[in-house]
Structures are given as structure tokens and as C-alpha cells.
Design a protein around this ligand. Structure first.
Ligand code: SF4
Length: 245
């Protein structure tokens, strides 16, 4: 490999390591922005993606003791779905039901997420669903920035492997942790943000924050449902405008 390319790749790795790390740079702007562009180079096959994800899960995450969350988990919750999905949903962390079953979004909030996915004309198995942290935080508290940064390496590699066209972050904590911002979900949702460097060839991946299904269940108002639907419609249009090669 020629030196210039090696340097560029090294620089990119350093940057991606920073993205979800303690020294993370802001990953997106809260200001209204046009949908980001999508690069289409360097895609892995679906089979290869599945292989990579399975290896990370089975050989690293399941036995991971890199942060204190390992002490209280029943089991890790890596994520599931189509390894070649165009749309990836990311929540903050597993809850009690997820911790018991080892699968993301399987409780009441998961049922509502399934309905949201179906409303988009998709099935749950057509998308990929994961969380920022892979172990349940005690009492369902929000993961700390250190926990998110520690576990963030797994999420970064999931995103890089799946290389989705768009990510839908669910709820304020997931958006804040993913985009490294202190801005609340009310201001973040409905606008496109960018997760730099994690797409093919170091390109950005588009992120649409929206409300968490658990919040919707608590405040099931017409206004909140309309906002989430508006966000999901933007995602559907974006994916339609950027077909995968
Ligand atoms: S939350 Fe992530 S980093 Fe922490 S122990 Fe679980 S898998 Fe490891």
C-alpha cells in the first residue's frame, strides 16, 4: 500500500476512534441542514457483513468486561436484523426485557418500534436494530459518557460494517451519545445530522433523531405521533433517493 494512502487510512482510524470515544468531536450539527450525500464505494457482501458482525458479537461482546455495566447484565444485547440494511435504528441501551432475552427492543417499546417499521413499509428483519451500549444499565439509567465511549467501539464497527444509508436514533440519550451533543431531542429531531467517517470510504452517514418509542408510549399524543411519522417519512424519502448499489 502506498504511503499516502496508509497515512490517510491511519488518520481516518484515529478520527473514527475519536468519534465515539472520550475525546469525541461533535458528530453532527444541531442546525437545520440538507440531507448529506451518500458514498457507495467499498461495500461488503451481505454474507461477509454477517460474518464480521457475528465474530464481533461472539468473540468480543459476549465476554466483554470493559466497563462496569458487565457486572449487572444477564447477557449482552449486540443487535439484530439485516446486516446489509439500508436503515439502522439505534437506541441508548437494553432494558429489562432485552437483558433477559438478549435481543434489542423486544418489550412494549419494541412492539411500538415494530409498528413504526411496518408503517414505513418494512419488516423488522429488513432493518438493523442496536443500542449504544450492549449491557443493561442498572435501573435503566442513561449510560454514562464513559460507558458509551467504551462500548462505542462496538457500535462504530457495527455501523461501519452494515454501512446503512441512514441511521434513526431513538430518544434523547441515543442522539446525544451518537452525535456527541448536549442539545435535547426536541431540537435535534426532524433535522438531518451527519456521523462523519463511518460510511464507505470514510464518508458520512446520515442520522435522523426521533423520539424513543417508550416516550411515545408515555405521551401518546397526536402531536408526538405526527412528529415521529414526519421524521420517518424523511428517512423513507432519503433512502428512496439514495438506492444502494
Ligand atoms: S456495556 Fe459494552 S463495553 Fe461495557 S461491558 Fe457491556 S459490552 Fe463491554
Amino acid at each position: 500500500m502506498e504511503r499516502g494512502r496508509q497515512r490517510r487510512i491511519l488518520k481516518q482510524h484515529v478520527k473514527t476512534d475519536q468519534l465515539l470515544g472520550v475525546d469525541a468531536v461533535p458528530l453532527g450539527s444541531p442546525a437545520e441542514s440538507p440531507p448529506p450525500s451518500v458514498a457507495v464505494a467499498d461495500r461488503l457482501t451481505r454474507a461477509r457483513k454477517l460474518e464480521v458482525l457475528t465474530t464481533i458479537d461472539e468473540q468480543e461482546v459476549r465476554n466483554c468486561i470493559k466497563c462496569d455495566l458487565c457486572a449487572s447484565r444477564t447477557q449482552t444485547v449486540f443487535g439484530e436484523g439485516d446486516p446489509d440494511a439500508a436503515i439502522m435504528f439505534v437506541g441508548e441501551g437494553p432494558g429489562q426485557t432485552e437483558d433477559e432475552q438478549g435481543r434489542p427492543f423486544v418489550g412494549r417499546a419494541g412492539e411500538l418500534l415494530n409498528k413504526m417499521i411496518e408503517a414505513m413499509g418494512l419488516r423488522r428483519q429488513d432493518v438493523y436494530i442496536a443500542n449504544v451500549v450492549k449491557c443493561r444499565p442498572p435501573e435503566n439509567r442513561t449510560p454514562t459518557p464513559v460507558e458509551a465511549a467504551t462500548c462505542g467501539d462496538y457500535l462504530r464497527r457495527q455501523i461501519q460494517t452494515i454501512s446503512p444509508t441512514a441511521i434513526v436514533s431513538l430518544g434523547g440519550p441515543a442522539a446525544k451519545l451518537l452525535l456527541n451533543t448536549s442539545i435535547g431531542i426536541t431540537a435535534l429531531r426532524g433535522q438531518w445530522h451527519e456521523l462523519p467517517y463511518l460510511g464507505p470510504g470514510g464518508s458520512s452517514i446520515a442520522v435522523m433523531p426521533t423520539f424513543h418509542p417508550a416516550f411515545l408510549l408515555r405521551q401518546y399524543t397526536q402531536d408526538n405521533r405526527a412528529k415521529v411519522w414526519s421524521d420517518l417519512k424523511q428517512v423513507m424519502q432519503f433512502v428512496k433517493d439514495h438506492p444502494r448499489s
